[in-house]
Write a protein that binds this ligand. Structure first.
Ligand code: G4P
Length: 197
């Protein structure tokens, strides 16, 4: 998808063969006009799927997920990385271990905000090793919700996240796909929809 590719070419920086820095518009500072366009692209792709909620994992997924939810006119849910202090809620929880960051956290969702009638779109910034996304899928399945797909801004296609999700029957829709990186070098893969034509 050209929008993302152009933004990454203009503002992103490959730190090494694994890490892309996009602090100026995704991870540290957010660009609202750009995020609105991102939300509209995800909404356009998933608009016929009967989505009832958009779900993301705190924190960098929140901006694109909110814009997607706005465009689809549905609520957005933030999966927390630590349990809420509200004691009365029944919580769904699952442990996620990030290879990229070398950390573990307990992904948490209150049963107040999800039910088995929900058909959910998961939105996140990066798909790398896919532990966060597969954790979100696990959690939503615990709540008996169904999953329409996963939309990510940037798929690092040389890492196994996409495959892990596809193996579980989950559709992935990336706005940009990176095939290869090295310090100050980024190679994009072609848009999948163009390939299908
Ligand atoms: P993992 O299995 O290695 O943990 O991969 P996953 O796809 O779950 O990504 C783990 C975390 O690392 C995510 O952030 C993701 O956004 C971030 N990440 C992965 N690759 C890159 C990269 O190339 N550049 C940047 N900037 N981030 C990357 P998170 O833990 O959910 O934190 P947050 O940023 O949303 O707060």
């Amino acid at each position: 998808m050209k929008l993302l590719e152009e933004k990454i070419r203009a503002e992103g920086r490959a730190v090494n063969e694994e890490i892309l820095k996009v602090d100026s518009f995704i991870n540290h500072q957010a660009d609202p006009v750009f995020m609105k366009q991102v939300g509209e692209l995800f909404a356009e792709h998933f608009k016929e799927k009967g989505i009832t909620k958009v779900v993301t994992i705190e924190s960098s997924g929140i901006a694109p997920a909110l814009m997607t939810a706005l465009a689809l006119n549905v609520p957005m849910i933030i999966l927390k990385k630590q349990p809420s202090r509200v004691l009365n809620d029944k919580l769904y929880q699952t442990v996620v271990t990030s290879f990229t960051k070398g950390t573990s956290y307990e992904l948490t969702l209150s049963d107040q905000y999800i039910c088995e009638e929900d058909h959910v779109l998961i939105i996140d910034d990066f798909l790398a090793n896919g532990e966060a996304a597969t954790g979100a899928v696990r959690l939503l399945r615990k709540a008996h919700a169904t999953i329409a797909g996963v939309g990510v801004l940037i798929e690092k296609s040389f890492q196994p996240g996409r495959e892990k999700l596809t193996e579980q029957g989950i559709t992935v829709y990336p706005l940009a796909r990176i095939g290869k990186m090295d310090k100050d070098y980024i190679e994009f893969l072609p848009d999948e929809e163009q390939n299908e034509k």
